[in-house]
Write a protein of this length. Structure first.
Length: 376
């Protein structure tokens, strides 16, 4: 029996919460993708998006009435009839569950959403060398470019569909006067049918997913040792790898990771020690044998030998260029183009080449997006 006259209780509270979790986790992960310093939040909300999508998939099989796929209207004839009736009859009666348009939209969200999540996880593993798929980095890091476009365009397509969905809801709200915009707030639809019944098991399942999602947010954002964000690459011990590089070069500045530039760039830099960024370095500072040792070390650990994101992106952007400064690399310029030049003049940074100021752990070869912090 209906609790409200002329209205049907369709969406229980747990369903409404997860509906908004799907929407908010997607849009938040979409927005944070544009900010490197918010990468952990991007990962966290991406994981939440994936969890609630899987929940919705299962809910479509075992959930209460109006939520299951068997009640969806997925034939093209039903979809055509829905739009024809929508145009011809402004005051038509609406279905208590999913109409043909919302049925198809749910399937679209599940398909594109799961594609975005899966490609994102694979991209994290191959490009960032972190997370549960970090083992793929060594052999498949070159596939990260393809995965990036699959991930990016999938997100843009889903954003477009979200706007179409919102437009449809607004038409229902203001033209057809069905009060549709509030159905996912109150749980009631102005329709004909019986109120939905939700069992204790439905509640336990739904609220467990909500709790897991909240735990996931905390784990990824605040737990430094989380399995979901752990990195494949260990910190570089320069003293153990090449004592001359650590001791001699380290006297004037923190050691730069060799994989940040190609071998040809390191060769040019070592050949130009007589004018090393305005300083004259001779064999009295670094002996010839030490210079040769450093040269060989830098070449053996250069960008060509690494599967790290910075190495791959740098090489891909250079073409025939052989810069000896990272700030001259096209990839570096593209990655930092949104940063105001005045930021580099802050006392805590001083110059664009001071990568150590914003990248925590840079001197140990740590360059993933989760360690970016721009000081004030």
């Amino acid at each position: 029996m209906n609790k409200r006259q002329n209205e049907v209780f369709v969406w229980p509270l747990c369903t409404r919460i997860i509906h908004w979790m799907i929407a908010l986790s997607f849009i938040t992960s979409f927005i944070t993708a544009f900010f490197h310093s918010l990468f952990k939040w991007h990962l966290a909300f991406g994981w939440i998006f994936g969890i609630v999508l899987i929940y919705r998939l299962v809910w479509g099989i075992v959930g209460p009435n109006y939520a299951t796929f068997k009640t969806f209207k997925l034939s093209f004839a039903e979809l055509r009839y829905y739009f024809v009736e929508k145009v011809q009859n402004r005051w038509r009666k609406i279905h208590a569950g999913h109409n043909a348009a919302s049925s198809w939209f749910t399937i679209i969200v599940l398909c594109f959403g799961l594609e975005i999540v899966l490609s994102g996880l694979l991209l994290q593993g191959t490009q960032e060398a972190s997370g549960p798929f970090c083992f793929l980095n060594n052999d498949f890091f070159k596939a990260s470019t393809f995965l990036f476009y699959v991930h990016e365009y999938g997100a843009y397509i889903l954003v477009a569909w979200a706007f179409i969905h919102i437009s449809g809801v607004l038409v229902e709200q203001f033209y057809h006067k069905t009060n549709m915009a509030f159905a996912m707030v109150t749980g009631y639809k102005r329709a004909e049918g019986e109120d939905t019944v939700v069992s204790i098991w439905h509640h336990l399942f739904a609220y467990s997913v909500i709790a897991i999602s909240i735990g996931m947010l905390y784990t990824i954002v605040y737990d430094e040792k989380s399995y979901l964000t752990h990195e494949r690459f260990a910190k570089i011990d320069y003293a153990a790898e090449n004592e001359a590089y650590a001791q001699k070069c380290g006297k004037c500045h923190k050691p730069y990771p060799p994989f940040m530039l190609p071998s040809a760039s390191w060769t040019l830099l070592m050949d130009g020690l007589s004018n090393h960024f305005g300083e004259a370095i001779s064999d009295r500072n670094i002996t010839q044998s030490e210079q040769e040792s450093i040269r060989a070390y830098l070449a053996s650990r250069s960008a060509e030998t690494s599967s790290r994101k910075l190495a791959f992106k740098t090489l891909d952007s250079l073409g025939t260029m052989h810069p000896i400064s990272m700030s001259k690399v096209p990839y570096w310029r593209a990655a930092h183009e949104d940063i105001d030049r005045s930021v580099y003049k802050r006392p805590s940074i001083k110059e664009a080449s001071n990568c150590f100021a914003c990248h925590e752990g840079f001197e140990f070869g740590i360059l993933d997006n989760t360690h970016i912090h721009i000081p004030q």
